[in-house]
Design a protein around this ligand. Structure first.
Ligand code: AP5
Length: 214
């Protein structure tokens, strides 16, 4: 199963992607997590990306496409891939279409997660993140068992630099301007299913899995 999760910042793409990838044995590829790893390792790509990320702007398409293509190549060892945070522009979606066509690998599902704007702001400004395994938590909605420590890796949790009110507002605007057209791109291919991202995290996982059966 090859699947894309789409939705605005804070919709719960990362939260759901980790769970669904585990259940379905999919290679989970989060462009945001990969970029944060590149930054941590101070690679050329990480250094090029950091200013865009801190401002809430999108990293240029050519850098993202090259990065994601090399990761998608590794999906052969899994039952498919689950993309989270990519593609984020129509140019990225077209680049992905070309790659999948050349590999004769069909994209089967595009699930869009809908959450009202006010809730997105609450979620992002209370988010905690594990820099080691990428798992996300929320101070109120999804706290770790031990405050400030990742349940999975035992590492101290941090807040993302781009989760301030100002940067989140910029990211939401960029989503509307540059990423919402990606939904139309996949609508034209008849692939989009929309699920509500409001409610209990497990219920939302079930909605996504159900949407992939349609
Ligand atoms: P990225 O890391 O991809 O950020 P994003 O898309 O803005 O998405 P988020 O990670 O903020 O949100 P999410 O939907 O994954 O929500 P989450 O599950 O964490 O990108 C960061 C930056 O990298 C970009 O701004 C850009 O600069 C660059 N970049 C990345 N990809 C790029 C690309 N393709 N092209 C160009 N640039 C790119 O949940 C949020 C919070 O809500 C958490 O605290 C969680 O615990 C909580 N939560 C989740 N579900 C629920 C629920 N049901 N109820 C209550 N709380 C919930």
């Amino acid at each position: 199963m090859n699947l894309i999760l789409l939705g605005p910042p804070g919709a719960g793409k990362g939260t759901q992607a980790v769970r669904i990838a585990e259940r379905k044995n999919l290679l989970h590829l989060s462009s945001g997590d990969i970029l944060r790893e590149e930054r941590k390792a101070k690679t050329e790509l990480g250094l090029q990306a950091q200013d865009y990320m801190d401002r809430g702007a999108l990293v240029p398409d050519d850098l993202i496409l090259a990065m994601m293509m090399s990761h998608i190549e590794k999906a052969g060892a899994y039952a498919g891939f689950l993309l989270d945070g990519f593609p984020r522009t129509v140019a990225q979606a077209e680049g992905l279409d070309d790659l999948l066509k050349s590999k004769k690998t069909p994209l089967e599902h595009v699930v869009k997660i809908d959450v009202p704007r006010d809730a997105l702001l609450d979620r992002l400004t209370g988010r905690l993140y594990c820099p080691k395994c990428g798992r996300t938590y929320h101070t109120k909605f999804s706290p770790p068992k031990e405050p400030g420590v990742c349940d999975n890796s035992g590492e101290p949790l941090i807040r993302r630099a781009d989760d301030t009110v100002e940067v989140v507002s910029e990211r939401l605007e960029i989503y509307e301007r540059q990423t919402a057209p990606v939904v139309d791109h996949y609508e034209r291919q008849g692939l989009v299913r929309t699920v509500s991202g409001v409610g209990n995290i497990n219920q939302i996982s079930e909605r996504i899995i159900e949407a992939c059966r349609e």
